[in-house]
Design a protein around this ligand. Sequence first.
Ligand code: NAD
Length: 352
Amino acid sequence: MRPTLRCLNSLGLAADRSRTIGFIGLGQMGWNMSANLLSKQFAEPTPPGQGRSCYIVCDANVERAASFVERFKNVAPGVSVEVAENPGKLAQASRVIVTMLPSSPQVKQVYGGASGIIPALRTLHKDDAESTICIDATTLDINVAKEVANDVKSTLAEMVDAPVSGGVTGAEAGTLSFLVGGTPEAFERASKFIVHMGQRVIHCGSFGSGLAAKICNNMVLGVEQIVVAEAMLLGKNLGLDPQVLAQVINSSTGGCWASSVNNPVPGSLPGKSPPSERDYEGGFQTALMLKDMGLAIDSGTSTETPLPLGQAAQHIYKDVVTRHAELATKDFSSVYRYLERAAADKRPVPTG
Ligand code: NAD
């Protein structure tokens, strides 16, 4: 008989692996997604006679993981919420593993590193490995994701790519769109957990298709955010009130998420609180948008697809983070501030 897998806790409580979920990467998105998954998956108390449920988190920032446990340890009665020392320990104890990491290098390390998920999956009993599903919600390079997924599959576990759209507010409200790639069976299995974190779960095709869709969408978003910033600055310089201009754009053909939800000009959206209202804090980092533009351009090169606007946007975001290091970690709508400064300094911005 195989040994009972124990939840990694200080109390030494025996936990049922089939009822345990692990979440790695508690950043701006992951913290909120994980909170929703925990509270909704375990909304119903565990029926009597069933093994104990456990929810395990892990982050390179150990304090952040400990804060998550402190904040949410009582959110699901009867569920033990714990921190794992590393991704491997988390994988040993969890049938469902969700990852939400910055990009390709972190995904490679968390899955394939010495204390990573894949080496841990290899040590499992066949039944436990087969019952494991990995859901990676990171936006990363498609080829890296495919290599990782092949290694996961070689352990008999399943994997889907499930990048998200909807930003930090969507992660908090549980209204994200998940763009999922994988076999129909893996999609079916993953969806049961994804629904607790999002409103729409779209099966885009085989593994990697979720990322392909996400990369295309973010190229649109990256370009739109720049052009909205340009238009808002042009309007201001033509003497328009930003609130009036935002109202016009948002009720006309130019309206888009970048203008109606993420407007880069403070005060332009009364009653709403985009990152521009908070000195561009708490949104989607410019450095991450630059990463996504790079993923789009690389995909364009490998598929011989001309991407003139995508390329121009990539140059602009690169210039934003190179000239103003402090904007790299702020929301990408801070490109507005970059344009303002370029105008004040009478400096041209790159066009491609
Ligand atoms: P973030 O930088 O806020 O969070 C990443 C988290 O991963 C951090 O807590 C970090 O400590 C942790 N981490 C990094 N390396 C690790 C490792 N080796 N092991 C364990 N933990 C590690 O990023 P985010 O804004 O939450 O974005 C996450 C992903 O979601 C990115 O791929 C991003 O492109 C995508 N995304 C972000 C948004 C957004 O609005 N922020 C929207 C859609 C998609």
